[in-house]
Design a protein around this ligand. Structure first.
Ligand code: GTP
Ligand code: MG
Length: 191
């Protein structure tokens, strides 16, 4: 049977945060990398998470419950959105800091990386931040339908050199590696 995803909770402000006592996998990545699209792909639903060609669409922490296992996928707002104001960026940092603080339920961060780009500074910064918080990294390369196999393999091995883990290449458009991704998430979240 397929896993199902249900949006349980949306958090915009620090004062709305409360500890959720179930394993959580963070979905992180720069704006427009395809986080919300991947949620929809995993759910096999077109409109569960809002998608936009304008970066910065997701402005909140979105908690999706995974049934039948009872863990959560938490979609974070994208980082590195150029047009986003300094105040808004600081607010992003504070919300994420607080979310990670004293949260023993975080199993890993699935960090989404654009398969068309060589490793970018802000992606590496985000990864260092998670590592600093002792959050294990699951690297995922998105939009693989847009890249040729050879080009993708090159970016994949560049990331492998940096992370010592080979990213999983996925596409929300073609469904490439969808089942493998679900298996990886289940394995990581369910002890
Ligand atoms: P923010 O909410 O701004 O942080 O963005 P996001 O990471 O949630 O990205 P989103 O899923 O909204 O996708 C951004 C754009 O990329 C949209 O135009 C999507 O249609 C497109 N996109 C996402 N995933 C894929 C993919 O696998 N293949 C292709 N070709 N396009 C994709
Ligand atoms: Mg989004």
């Amino acid at each position: 049977m397929d896993n199902t995803l249900t949006l349980i909770k949306t958090v915009y402000e620090i004062n709305q945060l409360e500890l959720v006592a179930a394993p959580q996998i963070i979905l992180a990545g720069r704006s427009n990398v395809g986080k919300s699209s991947l949620i929809n792909c995993l759910a096999s639903r077109k409109k569960l998470a809002k998608i936009s060609s304008t970066p910065g669409k997701t402005r909140s922490l979105n908690y999706y419950e995974v049934e039948p296992h009872g863990y959560y996928i938490v979609d974070l707002p994208g980082y590195g959105y150029a047009k986003c104001s300094k105040t808004e960026r600081a607010k992003w940092g504070k919300l994420i800091d607080r979310y990670l603080q004293d949260n023993a339920y975080i199993a890993a961060a699935a960090v989404l990386l654009d398969s068309r780009l060589t490793p970018q500074k802000n992606d590496i910064e985000m990864i260092s931040y998670f590592k600093h918080c002792n959050v294990p990294i699951l690297p995922i390369m998105t939009k693989s339908d847009k890249t040729k196999q050879r080009e993708r393999a090159k970016v994949q091995s560049q990331w492998e050199d940096i992370l010592k883990v080979k990213p999983l290449c996925v596409s929300s458009k073609s469904g490439m590696n969808r089942t493998n991704l679900w298996n990886l998430l289940d394995r990581t979240a369910i002890p």
